[in-house]
Design a protein around this ligand. Structure first.
Ligand code: ADP
Ligand code: MG
Length: 590
């Protein structure tokens, strides 16, 4: 009997586009598709502060299912498990913004942050006011003292519900931002996983876990949590998970402990394949747990709303609601993901917003653009490429990466979520389309076009990061008439600076920077040699960096929660950098 999950799809690479098409049909006139892959509500009132959510697809019915009445105004949808690229974020922002500003509210994942930040920069260029609040409810992903680094998981449902209600009456973007910060602060989640989901494009599981084990604190993509525990019963597991939430409120100096007399909204989420039967059994255990502590459950949500394909597992999310948040919670709402029929607006008006406490630090985004200073070109390059050859070299890189999809996906499966090869493949197909058609006229522009094609087609961390390699590197050699060792050196140095500025990774964090930085450093030493010798040395340095990444403990990206378990395996992005450099070198040698 096959263990491969049977999925009813067409082309594995168009799953995200097709599901969004279906979503528009499901909304039946309430929402429309905007631009490449955004869902936007029809009839947004003219004076409303807009609320934009979004993230990778594959977790249906969130996020794009949370666009609706008294919920979000729009969602920017990425590919499967990949952040929406900046152009999609920008298109969605333009469509929802009514001149009073737009709040970006989404889960804290590096790829989402980079792409939404880039989208915010594009919107700000058009005089659209944007603020960002990151959802960071997963208590197992970082300690309370480092809350800003936590992932966003199922707590997004109560958070978007409450902020969506508040957005109906918010007098300003700043006031809405305060409600979002407060709701995020009062929302904490813990998840477990018992078996993985699989990526539609590869059929491969997102992680591996023994049949008799439960991953405690595991993320929605299967990111590791605090450890594995033996498989157990609903009644034993539920208090163990809820204890972590209670402890977290206790340990966090920014909030009061969760104690008798407090009221909460409780959300029991299935990660996909765990049945409603199991969720209800857990809910019953949770009710007993909170009743014994004197904590009142104001309302309950239960079901598979934040999923990861056919992953089995549950999460509990707790939002402490005071009188103000309770009123926002009580407001009816309607969407594909979550509908609440009962309740009323009550005496809620804009003055309630100004009473909200905003003790938490704002997570408003602030990305800066790379200011690349070209380094001195060394004299004496013996060989150079012309514009057409640069284009052909980059097409060779695209073909090689496409060919290496399985290797790159496998590397990402070891430490991340297994989608790196697919993302890179998608990017490189877009690169081929962008570069193949017309005769190239400019070397720098050819590199930059490659970067732009990757950014707008890939999404995810790698769309922003690898797109920046070619954009920042290309920009630094503007005006050059040939590509020799000196230009290669400038290219790699500024590509590396651009990536570090965009993503904040340092050498040693176990990212693609660990292959790119040695390549950039070596390029300076060989800038006076022939292009062939220089590229050969640069490729060797990138390969060495990739190999060295095996001995690093991840401190950035999805692998950072693995700690020492990340030892022994190379970073997936570093593998891509090594392949890119080697292919450039092979092209030059040929
Ligand atoms: P995602 O993380 O969205 O699933 P991919 O799997 O395509 O995206 O890419 C993961 C790779 O991206 C990692 O292996 C790492 O090399 C790179 N990466 C992630 N975050 C950063 C960062 N902040 N700076 C540099 N590289 C990063
Ligand atoms: Mg990945």
């Amino acid at each position: 009997m096959s263990t491969v999950q049977k999925k009813l799809i067409n082309d594995p690479l168009t799953v995200a586009d097709e599901l969004v098409e279906g979503l528009v049909e499901a909304y039946n006139g309430e929402c429309r598709m905007v631009g490449t892959r955004s869902i936007v509500k029809n009839n947004i009132p003219d004076d409303k502060v807009a609320l934009l959510v979004g993230g990778g697809a594959g977790h249906e019915p969130i996020y794009h299912g949370l666009v609706g009445r008294n919920l979000a105004d729009g969602a920017a949808c990425g590919d499967i498990f990949a952040a929406p690229p900046p152009n999609i974020v920008f298109e969605a922002t333009q469509a929802v913004d009514k001149g009073k500003g737009t709040l970006f509210l989404y889960g804290n994942y590096a790829g989402d942050v980079m792409n939404f930040d880039l989208g915010a920069e594009l919107a700000e260029d058009e005089d659209i006011d944007v603020r960002t609040v990151l959802i960071t409810d997963d208590v197992c992903s970082a300690p309370p003292t480092d809350k800003g680094n936590r992932r966003g998981i199922a707590g997004l449902v109560p958070i978007v519900k409450i902020v969506g209600a508040a957005s109906q009456i918010a007098p300003s973007l700043e006031e809405l931002e305060k409600v979002a910060i407060k709701t995020n602060l009062e929302t904490r989640s813990v998840g477990v996983s018992m078996s993985p989901g699989s990526i539609p494009a590869t059929g491969e599981p997102t992680f591996i876990i023994d049949d008799d084990k439960i991953g405690l604190g595991m993320g929605i993509h299967g990111e590791p949590g605090v450890g594995e525990i033996p498989m157990t019963t609903a009644d034993e597991l539920t208090p163990k998970m809820l204890d972590l939430i209670i402890e977290d409120f206790e340990k966090d100096a920014d909030v009061e402990a969760l104690s008798a007399g407090d009221e909460i909204v409780l959300f029991v989420n299935s990660l996909g394949a765990t049945t409603m039967m199991e969720c209800l059994i857990c809910l019953r255990a949770a009710k007993k747990y909170f009743t014994e502590k004197g904590i009142k459950i104001h309302d309950v949500v239960v079901g598979p709303l934040v999923t990861c394909q056919e992953m089995t597992g549950v999460s509990f999310s707790v939002t402490r609601v005071d009188d103000v948040l309770k009123k926002f919670w009580n407001m009816p709402c309607q969407s594909i993901c979550f509908t609440k029929m009962s309740g009323h607006y009550g005496d809620l008006d804009a003055k309630h917003l100004t009473q909200s406490d905003s003790s938490a630090a704002s997570s408003a985004s602030a990305s800066t653009s790379a200011a690349a200073a070209p380094t001195a070109a060394a004299e004496g390059s013996k060989e150079v490429l012309n514009t057409a050859q640069v284009r052909d070299m980059l097409l060779a890189v695209a073909d090689k990466i496409i060919e290496s999809e399985a290797i790159l996906s496998e590397a990402d499966r070891q430490l991340g979520d297994g989608d790196h090869g697919i993302g890179m493949e998608r990017g490189m197909k877009a690169v081929k389309e962008a570069l193949q058609g017309n005769e190239p006229v400019d070397i720098a522009k050819t590199f930059m076009d490659m970067g732009a094609a990757m950014m707008s087609s890939m999404g995810g961390a790698s769309g922003a990061i690898f797109g920046t390699v070619f954009r920042a590197g290309g920009k630094a050699i503007k005006g050059c008439e040939s590509f020799g060792a000196a230009e290669a050196s400038t290219f790699f140095q500024e590509a590396c600076n651009g990536v570090k500025e965009r993503g904040g990774a340092k050498p040693g964090d176990k990212t693609m920077v660990d292959a790119l930085q040695p390549a950039a450093e070596r390029s300076v030493e060989v800038a006076g040699e022939s292009l062939q010798d220089a590229m050969c040395a640069i490729a060797a340095a990138a390969e060495g960096g990739k190999e060295a990444s095996k001995d690093m403990i991840a401190t950035m990206g999805r692998a950072k929660t693995l700690g020492e378990k990340s030892l022994g395996k190379p970073d997936a992005g570093a593998c891509s950098v090594a392949i890119i450099c080697q292919t450039m070198s092979d092209y030059v040698a040929s």
